[in-house]
Write a protein that binds this ligand. Structure first.
Ligand code: NAP
Length: 320
C-alpha cells in the first residue's frame, strides 16, 4: 500500500509518499480501506516533534479516517467486511491506503454521510463532546460560548450543544467563519478579532454570563473568559499556545472552574460512550461534519500548511 511516512521531525516537507506492506488484522483487529483522512492540527505538532507524546521514527501520521472494512481478525463482532466506518485512532497511522485498528476504534458511518464527512468526525467531534459533557457536564438550558467556533472542534461543538438544548454563542475571525458558525448552530455570533467583543456576553445572557466556555486559544483568552462566566461557570481549555496571566479572584466570586482537557486521556469506557453518542447524532442528522477542502494524499504537506492558517472554514481532508 501507499502511505505517507515521516523519517525525521521537521517541516511539512519531511512527509514522503512510500510503499509499505499491506497490514493484516490480528485477533480483535480490523483493516480499513481508507477513502478519506481527516487532517488535525495535532498531526502537524507531532510531525514537527513539538508534542508531549511522539511516535518512534519512522511513522505514518494521522489519527482520523473513514473508509470500508477490508478484513477483520478473529473475534471481531462490532463491524463486518464491506461495512462503511470512521476510524478514531489506529496502530500505524491513517495517512495510508489501509489502516489497521482495534475493533473498538472503528465505528459505523451512516450512508447519509460521505467518507470525507466521516473523516471529519473522530478528533473534532469527540473533543467537543468530551469537553461539553465529560468535563464541563453541560446541561440543557445552559449557555455555552464556543470561543473559536469556525474550526473543526468549534463547528462540532455548535452542532452538539445546539442539539442538546443549550443556548449557543460562537466566535470566529472572518465573515465566512461567522456565517458558518451561524449556520451550524450558533444562536449568536461574535468576532474574536473585534476589540471588546466579549463585552457583549452580558447583554446576550441577560447579565448572567456564560455557564460554559469551550476555549480554543486559552493563552489569548483565558483571563477575559473568567470575567464573562456565570456563577458556577466552567471554562474548558481545549487549545492553548503559550502562557497567560489570570486574576484568580475572577474564579472565587463565581465559584468558577478552569478545566483542562486532553482527548487521549479519555478512558476506554469514556471513548465508547463518546462514540455511542456521536453515532446517534450522525444517524439522526443533528451532526453534519463540514468539509472545507479535499486534497490528494500526496499533497499532505500542503494540507499541513493550510490547517494552521487563520480563517478556518470546515475540515481539511486528504484523499488516498
Ligand atoms: P482549527 O480547525 O484550525 O480551528 C481553530 C479555531 O481557533 C478557529 O475557529 C479559529 O477561528 C479559532 N481562533 C483563532 N483565533 C482565535 C482567538 N483569538 N480566540 C478564539 N478562537 C480563535 O482547529 P481545531 O481542530 O478546531 O482545534 C482547535 C484547537 O483545539 C487547536 O488548538 C487544537 O490543537 C486543539 N485541540 C485540542 C484537543 C484536546 O484534546 N485538548 C483535541 C483537538 C484539538 P478563525 O480561524 O475564524 O479566526
Amino acid at each position: 500500500m501507499k502511505a505517507i511516512r515521516v523519517g525525521q521531525h521537521g517541516g511539512p516537507e519531511v512527509m514522503r509518499l512510500e510503499d509499505l506492506p499491506d497490514p493484516r488484522p490480528g485477533a480483535g483487529q480490523v483493516v480499513v480501506r481508507v477513502k478519506a483522512v481527516g487532517v488535525n492540527r495535532v498531526d502537524t505538532y507531532v510531525r514537527a516533534g513539538a508534542y508531549p507524546r511522539l511516535p518512534d521514527l519512522p511513522y505514518t501520521p494521522g489519527i482520523d479516517a473513514a473508509g470500508v472494512v477490508e478484513a477483520v481478525g478473529a473475534g471481531v463482532t462490532r463491524v463486518r467486511t464491506g461495512q462503511r466506518v470512521y476510524v478514531a485512532g489506529s496502530f500505524g497511522g491513517t495517512y495510508a491506503e489501509l489502516a489497521l485498528c482495534a475493533e473498538a476504534q472503528a465505528h459505523p458511518l451512516p450512508e447519509r454521510l460521505s467518507f470525507s464527512q466521516g473523516a471529519a468526525v473522530p478528533v473534532p467531534y469527540a473533543t467537543a463532546y468530551r469537553a461539553l459533557f465529560q468535563r464541563a457536564v453541560a446541561r440543557a438550558g445552559e449557555t455555552v460560548l464556543v470561543h473559536g467556533a469556525s474550526g473543526g472542534v468549534g463547528t462540532a461543538a455548535l452542532q452538539i450543544a445546539r442539539a442538546a438544548g443549550l443556548t449557543v454563542i460562537g466566535t470566529a475571525g472572518s465573515d465566512k467563519g461567522r456565517d458558518l458558525a451561524r449556520r451550524e448552530g450558533a444562536h449568536q455570533v461574535l468576532d474574536h478579532r473585534a476589540p471588546g467583543y466579549l463585552d457583549q456576553i452580558g447583554a446576550l445572557t441577560g447579565g448572567r454570563g456564560a455557564d460554559v466556555i469551550l476555549e480554543m486559544l486559552a493563552n489569548v483568552n483565558l483571563a477575559r473568559d473568567l470575567k464573562v462566566l456565570a456563577p458556577g461557570g466552567r471554562v474548558v481549555v481545549i487549545g492553548s499556545r503559550g502562557t497567560v496571566e489570570i486574576d484568580p479572584r475572577d474564579t472565587m466570586g463565581r465559584d468558577a472552574s478552569i478545566l483542562g482537557m486532553s482527548l487521549p486521556n479519555a478512558t476506554a469506557g469514556e471513548a465508547a460512550s463518546i462514540h455511542a453518542a456521536l453515532g446517534a447524532g450522525l444517524e439522526n442528522g443533528t451532526l453534519r461534519p463540514v468539509v472545507g477542502r479535499e486534497l490528494p494524499m500526496m499533497d499532505a504537506a500542503r494540507a499541513h500548511a493550510l490547517v494552521l492558517e487563520p480563517g478556518s472554514y470546515g475540515k481539511i481532508v486528504l484523499i488516498p
